[in-house]
Design a protein around this ligand. Sequence first.
Ligand code: ZN
Length: 424
Amino acid sequence: MNIYRDVVVWDAESEAARRCDVCTENGKISAVKPAGTYAYGAAYEGRGRTALIPGFINAHGHAAMTLLRGFGEDLPLMDWLRKRIWPAEAKLDGELVYKGTMLSILEMLSTGTTCFADMYFFMDSVAEAALAAGIKAGLSRGIVGGDDGAAKLAENLKLARDYNGARGLINVQLGPHAPYTVPFDLMKDIAAAAKENDLSVQLHWLETKGEWDMVETGKTMGPEEYLEKAGFLDVKHLLLAHCVWMDREKMSFYAKPNITVAHNPKSNLKLGSGVAPVAAMNEAHINVALGTDGASSNNRLDMWDEMRYAALLQKGVNMDPSLLSARYALRMATKNGAEALGFSDTGLIREGWAADFMLIDLDMPHYAGWDLENLPGYLVYAGSSADIMTTVVAGSPLYHMGEFPGLDAERIIAEAAEARKKLI
Ligand SMILES: [Zn+2]
């Protein structure tokens, strides 16, 4: 058993922060008791000045794109994809994807992420990287159309057979890239395969303004009818990345227990795609999670940044500071993404829930004046991922004070830099 003594616990369902002793055992939180309950025994000493909050769940991304960071800056989505990203990605292989993913995992662990969604290729390599590091992941093979669309679906299904549930760290979804890259018939096959195999689905959805015009059946079907007719509404869980151009009139359609929107505020800003109407989604009771998207459209994999951007953007564009509270921003960054990736009992600090959390140094100057009531605002608006001392996944500290126990960070960074040279 590990004891975190006298830490300041806050999660998305706490009214206020509270001083607790937190114990972990077998990858789970085994006890959350008032501080001082465990007076004896070896423990991490929080001394009432270390916050313990749930680990972030990065609900949308392409981890190995860390290799393409800084490549194709300042271009709109379609130019960026066609002129820069897709030609470079054609040179990828399993080894390069492994190296890029390991690099992304270092960055995610050091910024508090304990679970990440990924849609890419050579996904066996991504699964192996996640298992080697001990981080949790929801993985899908990015399926695009063409002659080999069916083969890509078969590859995604094989990924599920090989890795679904591996060591409790990996869950597999199906990953049709987007309605403008996947023919409607293939979409229907993917939805049918998802139901047959009890798999969830993640895809890009309504990211950019003119995008629906590029959809094969876009002239005859609106987005909601498309989802219905393709057969996606009754899959286990449907994770829709972006939804920047979701029609406000149609929002109630998306308020379903098996649908989650992954909001990626920084990527949408950087690619000039717009700002997703998240405040209106909240009002319509849509489950909204947060993601970074790939490192070449962000360019960070820092969920703390996303949490702050998400909150500030809705206040700003709607000219209403009451929208998207600090507590809700944390909920989006933690609990709201868990179910969609197949990790229930994840994202809150509770007995029996996953021991996935981070420790935050409240002695940093920008926390002066914090108390148990105001801590949420301090964390979301004043804090940053630089304040994270430790990131724990399934009870194991995978990042601690600038070090990655069990990983050779120096080698991973050097190998990724070499891999990048091969692509560009
Ligand atoms: Zn994406």
